[in-house]
Design a protein around this ligand. Structure first.
Ligand code: NIG
Ligand code: FE
Length: 416
């Protein structure tokens, strides 16, 4: 079969390029990204073919020339934690919080996640798919090249499966890689408030087997937090999911030291996500494990709470991914460029550290590092080409600007 070659020329600088996948970056390595100045990239069909210096472009027949016009080029963002499928926004309870109610208080009175669950019960699958596809296209148009999407606004078997089927349909139509996560243990439905074991049983004995049978989830997640799921309840659910082939992710330490990190170490979870509250002994636990911490600065910003101690983690030679947590309750921010800016401004990361968390380390969090997250021969050609900007630091600095000039997904330029 004849392949199609595209040449991306006049690149000011490529970031995160290597002859093989860039390794998971931690500690000081998060500041030193492999790079090449004054460069070209050749794309063969949907993959990176090669890259090199501008003055040495191979004399081949190119079907398409893409002029980077002296912009920077880096891998598309990998958003390793989102709740992109939901039926309605929740600005009313946002105002309740602004007026002084806490997230837990809103949840106690049946709002929050339970509010989203009511809306999921009412909407039909086709409509949920349509509105979710619109959201997905918007994130793709702003640089996301791979994404994880969770269920968790169903909270009964029918609605959880509705959400997971929508994610499965998104996988089929979307040009970007999507990983799906079952999050039935997101909140106890009202009718199970006084029968928590009953709900855990429902998740373990009804939801999980059906989801596994229909092959609807790559991962299982739980919200391990005070007033949500205890360590024991989380463990029961995550181990049952592991038996069915779904590896574990854990929402933990968003509001309290909830014990989710020790649990993650015990059961070999892939990631622990949030970590707004993180103490020294929890950092030690992370250091002695292979768990990938995932930081969600958009949620900390929107909830007006403390940010994960990212610099301290780097000092202790930890690495982390950075994701959006896009959801209607705690983070309506879907744009990874905004998350980039918040990572720098609020977590005090430098531009390189933030970019590493948003790309290559996110790819490791989703197990797709051999295809995405860095630029190497045979990687998917998922690229962001910036406008002509004075330096890479201009991106987090220019908070109102969209610095992206072109987005390439699987070798094709996305119309923006
Ligand atoms: O990651 N913390 C739990 N889950 C989501 C928020 C869910 C919601 O409020 O809708 C989060 O922040
Ligand atoms: Fe989340």
């Amino acid at each position: 079969m004849i392949s199609n070659l595209s040449l991306v020329k006049n690149i000011k600088q490529i970031l995160l390029c290597n002859d093989k996948p860039v390794p998971f970056l931690k500690g000081q390595a998060m500041s030193i990204l492999p790079e090449l100045k004054d460069a070209y990239i050749i794309i063969e069909d949907d993959c990176i073919h090669s890259f090199g210096p501008n003055n040495n472009i191979p004399d081949l027949h190119y079907d398409k020339i893409i002029d980077a016009d002296h912009g920077f080029v880096f891998p598309s963002f990998v958003d390793s934690h989102t709740h992109l499928v939901f039926a309605a926004w929740r600005e009313t309870e946002f105002m309740d919080r602004i007026n002084g109610l806490s997230y837990e208080q809103i949840s106690q009175r049946g709002g929050g996640i339970l509010n989203s669950a009511k809306k999921i019960a009412e909407i039909d699958e086709d409509e949920l798919f349509d509105i979710s596809l619109k959201k997905l296209n918007k994130v793709i148009n702003h640089g996301t090249g791979a994404i994880e999407i969770k269920s968790g606004y169903g909270l009964n078997t029918e609605s959880e499966i509705k959400m997971l089927k929508v994610i499965q349909r998104l996988k089929k139509v979307s040009p970007i890689t999507i990983k799906s996560t079952f999050l039935g243990a997101h909140s106890f439905p009202l009718e199970y408030r006084n029968n928590q074991d009953g709900y855990v049983n429902l998740v373990v004995n009804e939801m999980l087997p059906e989801i596994a049978k229909q092959n609807l989830a790559d991962y299982c997640d739980v919200f391990c937090e005070r007033n949500f799921f205890s360590v024991e309840q989380s463990k029961t659910i995550l181990l049952a999911a592991q038996k069915l082939g779904m590896q574990s992710r854990i929402h933990t330490n968003q509001f309290t030291h909830s014990g989710g990190i020790a649990l993650a170490a015990e059961i070999n979870a892939i990631s622990v996500d949030h970590l707004e509250e993180l103490n020294d002994s929890e950092i030690d636990q992370l250091q002695n494990s292979k768990i990938i911490p995932c930081l969600l600065p958009g949620a900390a910003f929107f909830m007006n709470c403390s940010f994960p101690p990212a610099l301290k983690m780097l000092d202790k030679n930890l690495g982390f991914s950075i994701a959006s947590d896009f959801n209607p309750g705690t983070c309506p921010i879907w744009n990874m460029n905004t998350i980039f800016q918040l990572s720098v401004i609020k977590m005090r990361l430098n531009t390189q550290q933030a970019l590493a968390g948003l790309t290559v380390n996110g790819a490791y969090a989703l197990g797709i590092e051999d295809q995405q997250g860095s630029i190497f021969p045979n990687a998917l050609a998922n690229l962001i080409i910036t406008k002509q900007i004075s330096s890479l630091d201009y991106i987090p600095y220019a908070v109102n600007d969209d610095c992206i000039a072109k987005i390439i997904i699987k070798g094709l330029e996305i119309k923006r």
